[in-house]
Design a binder for this molecule. Structure first.
Ligand SMILES: [Zn+2]
Length: 253
């Protein structure tokens, strides 16, 4: 039992415990090629939240990790069986309620650690900042905290070499042999600007990939996963330390 995990805390201890930063992991429940489970995003974001909080806690940062929200935005994947979609407006309602609780109890710093590409909290953070002026809300996509090419030969972002490697390291029993994995071949848009990242449209997932994966997982190894994972938790841990130390009325230099 760790004192920085809300789900493992007891009220007697928590009642008077000083807390500086709350951490909210947010994943998704969705198909991940043929070799990773539906819980992949949740397993990774929960582990990253927990172990980066441990790093921060051991440096004296008073943080608490809230339970992971296991459903994300999957609006483009409703034809994939039991991919569970939470609409962005539903996410906003959930985030508003959680922020309200933190605000009432004097925990004015919140870090959302996002583990799913379809989730985007930026505009929600802007709107909640207006509603809760005493709160400092920060969002982080852990999968953007490192340079993919430093560890992996191919990218893609969904059940790809990176996700597979990290899962092979943190949850090896849940990864099927790579001989069972699909190629994760993702089609590009025919419209040029949409491939150049200055125009954006949602992808209809089943028209882009036949095995639900985007990115070839076949070169994945747990050794690559371990190295990358350690960089991630070090970086997120450091972010938590800096957030805990920050004066939210004096953030700029
Ligand atoms: Zn994923």
């Amino acid at each position: 039992m760790d004192p920085f995990i809300l789900a493992e805390s007891y009220w007697k201890d928590l009642r008077d415990q000083y807390i500086e930063v709350a951490v909210l992991p947010w994943g998704a429940t969705e198909a991940h090629n043929l070799h990773l489970p539906f819980s992949t995003d949740n397993i990774m974001v929960e582990r990253i939240a927990k172990e980066s909080a441990r790093i921060a806690w051991e440096e004296g940062a008073r943080v608490i990790v809230l339970p992971n929200i296991p459903f994300g935005v999957n609006t483009g994947q409703m034809d994939i069986r039991l991919n569970i979609n939470l609409n962005p407006s539903t996410q906003m309602a959930i985030l508003d309620d959680i922020t309200d609780v933190l605000n009432r109890h004097g925990i004015h710093k919140l870090l959302i650690i996002n583990g799913h590409g379809g989730n985007d909290f930026k505009q929600m953070i802007r709107e909640l900042g207006l509603k809760y002026p005493e709160m400092f809300i920060c969002g982080s996509n852990w999968f953007q905290s490192f340079n993919n090419a430093d560890y992996f030969e191919s990218g893609g972002g969904h059940a790809d070499e990176m996700e597979t490697s990290i899962m092979q390291f943190i949850a090896p029993d849940m990864v099927k042999p790579l001989s069972e994995a699909g190629e994760g071949k993702g089609k590009k848009f025919r419209i040029k600007a949409l491939n150049e990242n200055w125009a954006w449209a949602e992808r209809r997932w089943t028209q882009v990939t036949s095995d639900t994966g985007i990115g070839n997982p076949h070169k994945a190894t747990p050794e690559k996963g371990e190295k990358c994972y350690n960089e991630i938790i070090g970086k997120v841990g450091n972010l938590l330390i800096e957030l805990a130390e920050a004066d939210i009325d004096n953030l700029y230099e």
